[in-house]
Design a protein around this ligand. Structure first.
Ligand SMILES: *Cc1c(COP(=O)(O)O)cnc(C)c1O
Length: 399
């Protein structure tokens, strides 16, 4: 008889389908949805010992819930990290990962190229609490070396970044950060746990928006923070319990079902995106096409060292400005105008007027987000239909 394999030794696809599965007495095949806020106890002593932490068991869904636990265990397995805590949104995950560990007077170094709301936390919220933030160009290793020659408490990066697809050298930055005494938090939304596992390069904390590829069908909001036992006990656990950013059990259940097909969807999206990026680069109708999977991406080699494929997002500039960009977007028949991403449906957005509006023009231009920039999230439709849609929209613009 062979030894029974531990879930952590399963291959990725098996983890996605079976990780964290905890069947009830009924033996349901699909994960059970425990849509309950509270739990009843046989005896007052049971409640007392659970509250005292002397006995395992559920007490209140703000702290934990069996459906949420299944989602968290599955997420932890995917990233090879000990602890996962699910949150109501991706932003709640980013906020918890940072605010739970920071104190007045701490120093944070972050990459400039971040999702708009992540930049708001770093630019506006952290300084309100007396936390000093230094922003660096994520792709510039010398800038990281300079910034991390001074001790810091935390480093926060997003790679590839939204929407410019800048890549941060994770191994390099994690090594420097650890020497500077900092905990590295990586927003891994664009890459997903299928393409990139930041812990392999030294990241201490990984955050996700479950709203994006993990749901992947545009239904629910959710997020997740992954970390070590130590970070959980020292920082995250009490912060999560008492400030209440927990995910709804229903949303956790939807995300569990999303994870079952995450690998298949991400693979198809990447294949579609690679084909569409080649088409866009070859048309000559655009002034810039950015896709980490293409050799003309400024950090293609690094992207391919860290990620197993180029991802599902393409960023492009049309000739002209906002008016021309809006014309292209408005001429699309299949691709929807929407600021979400990672969805089965292909979605396009104009970052300067939507996701990155609050940054202001100066900060946007510094990141390379112009009035002519569009971000395309490639979905699961047939790539040739998407190419034909883009072709007619770009053609209509110029006619
Ligand atoms: C969408 C997104 C978030 C925030 O996730 P929500 O679920 O919308 O709160 C954070 N980081 C990145 C890179 C994102 O794309």
């Amino acid at each position: 008889m062979t030894d029974k394999k531990e879930p952590k030794d399963w291959r990725l696809a098996t983890k996605l389908v079976r990780g964290g599965l905890n069947r009830s007495e009924f033996g349901e095949t699909s994960e059970a949805l425990y849509l309950t806020s509270g739990f009843a106890y046989e005896e007052a002593e049971t409640a007392a010992s659970r509250f005292a932490g002397e006995e395992d068991g559920y007490t209140y869904t703000r702290l934990s819930n069996p459906t949420i636990t299944m989602f968290e265990e599955r997420m932890a397995l995917l990233d090879n990290m000990p602890i996962a805590k699910a949150t109501a949104t991706g932003m709640a995950a980013v906020n918890a990962a940072l605010m739970s560990q920071l104190h007045a007077g701490d120093r944070v170094v972050a990459s400039k190229a971040l999702f708009g709301s992540c930049r708001y936390i770093v630019d506006e919220i952290l300084p309100q609490f007396g936390i000093n933030v230094e922003l660096v160009t994520g792709a510039d290793n010398d800038a990281w070396a300079q910034a991390l020659s001074t001790p810091a408490k935390a480093v926060f990066v997003e790679t590839p970044a939204n929407p410019t697809l800048d890549v941060v050298d994770l191994q390099y930055v994690c090594d420097l950060a650890h020497d500077a005494g900092a905990t590295v938090v990586v927003d891994n939304v664009f890459a997903t746990p299928i393409l990139q596992r930041p812990a392999d390069f030294g990241a201490d904390v990984v955050v996700y928006s479950g709203t994006k590829h993990i749901d992947g069908q545009g239904r629910v909001m959710g997020g997740c923070v992954l970390c070590s036992e130590e970070f959980f006990e020292d920082h995250l656990n009490q912060f999560m319990r008492h400030t209440g950013p927990i995910i709804s059990p229903f949303n956790a259940w939807v995300l569990l079902k999303g994870l079952e097909t995450l690998d298949l969807r991400v693979e198809k999206m990447c294949a579609n995106a690679a084909k569409i990026a080649d088409f866009l680069a070859d048309t000559g109708a655009l002034t810039r096409v950015l896709y980490p999977g293409r050799p003309d991406h400024p950090q293609h080699k690094l992207a391919m060292k860290q990620m197993s494929a180029g991802g599902s997002i393409i960023t492009m500039d049309v000739p002209g400005g906002r008016e021309e960009a809006f014309k292209v977007v408005n001429a699309l028949d299949i691709i929807d105008i929407s600021n979400n991403l990672g969805d089965a449906k292909s979605l396009i957005t104009h970052p300067a007027s939507t996701t990155h509006r609050s940054l202001g023009e100066e900060a946007r231009l510094e990141l390379g987000i112009t009035e002519a920039t569009l971000r395309l999230s490639v979905g699961l439709e047939d790539a040739d239909d998407l190419i034909e849609d883009l072709e007619q929209a770009l053609g209509r613009r110029s006619s």
